[in-house]
Design a protein around this ligand. Sequence first.
Ligand SMILES: NC(=O)c1ccc[n+]([C@@H]2O[C@H](COP(=O)([O-])OP(=O)(O)OC[C@H]3O[C@@H](n4cnc5c(N)ncnc54)[C@H](OP(=O)(O)O)[C@@H]3O)[C@@H](O)[C@H]2O)c1
Length: 367
Amino acid sequence: MKVAILGLGVVGRGVYDILANDFKDITVKYIFDKDDNKTKDVKHLLAESYEQIINDREVEVVIELIGGKNVAYDFIVKAIKNHKNVVTANKALISERFKELNELAKKYNVKLLYEASVAGAVILIDPLKKIREINQINKIEGILNGSTNYILSKVFLEGVELKEAISNAYKLGYLETGSDDDMNGLDSLRKVNILSMLSYKTFLKEEDILRISLLSLNEKFINYVKDKGCFIKYIAQSEVRNNRLSIKVEPLVIGSQSIFANINYEENIVNIFGKYHLKQSFVGQGAGRYPTASAVIYDLLTIKSIANECFEFNKIYQVNNNDERYHFLIQTFDKIYKSKLMTYGELQRKKDIIFFSRIEEGLYEKL
Ligand SMILES: NC(=O)c1ccc[n+]([C@@H]2O[C@H](COP(=O)([O-])OP(=O)(O)OC[C@H]3O[C@@H](n4cnc5c(N)ncnc54)[C@H](OP(=O)(O)O)[C@@H]3O)[C@@H](O)[C@H]2O)c1
């Protein structure tokens, strides 16, 4: 099988290395990257133009690892229209254009696979497509962003100040300079969106997802939670109940007994709940060169081995995040207090809130 890699950055280089070392029957025929420094050792593989790649009948798979929503989108669409299978790790694009790109791939009878787009190394999307056929999935919850989990772990487990933990995360490359997508919840939102559309066989819009940012989390709030022996985790969750879907990304105050308390630093977890199989957990490294590259390779193997799949997205749900009542821990300018049971809508009408977090069930008395 011959493939082309677009983008030889963190993940692209990982894919190239693994294929070169371990897969003699998958050949990288072209590499396409605008940064000459990254491609010095593979000059012989550089494509003259993108057209050269899509016009080459030998190329079966275009692996898009450029990222972003503009160039990557154009390249993916062109690849599909030229009857190439596409593998990508691009959660931003897949989340936003899930319907359009899936339908396009179906129309041109090619595969569009994106195993690496959620939870990095954790092979989750392919199993999920099968699990949902045998077990009506009704809830997904998890820690889907390794960068914020790293920061919260530093703060709560090592006593590092929030600012310092954030600066460590930048230094280690866990947080991207100039982007707030991790701290403001967009990254988790995209991932829970993809998982939810797949699990519930429906199309969802990003703007319908409730997203509580971590950007205004602060020492005072953290210390209050710490003093009570509790932790904060950044949780993505969606649930179908009575034909209604709630879907959100939010901080959650948890106790030490919570399953999330054991998921620390860059680790991710996804719990899946269904009708017959009550709970299933997927845990593993959520990002990084080789972990993510291995999920890309998984998709290549899928294309090599399995006939084209075809899923129907034929259900419609009314998205509603405002029926459920919760207890919240609320910080205003002069105090931190526990709320009565209230909906997100009621909470958001309150004034002068600096930060708030939903309180895990059963933890109200402790706080
Ligand atoms: N890094 C991770 O751990 C991780 C985990 C899961 C998913 N992902 C996803 O994987 C994708 C790639 O991420 P990454 O971290 O590998 O990114 P990256 O290191 O920035 O690599 C992207 C590469 O593409 C090049 N590029 C940008 N625009 C281009 C263009 N128009 N034509 C040709 N090449 C172009 C970049 O060059 P310049 O540097 O010159 O811009 C860079 O070499 C993203 O969608 C990301 O969300 C990453």
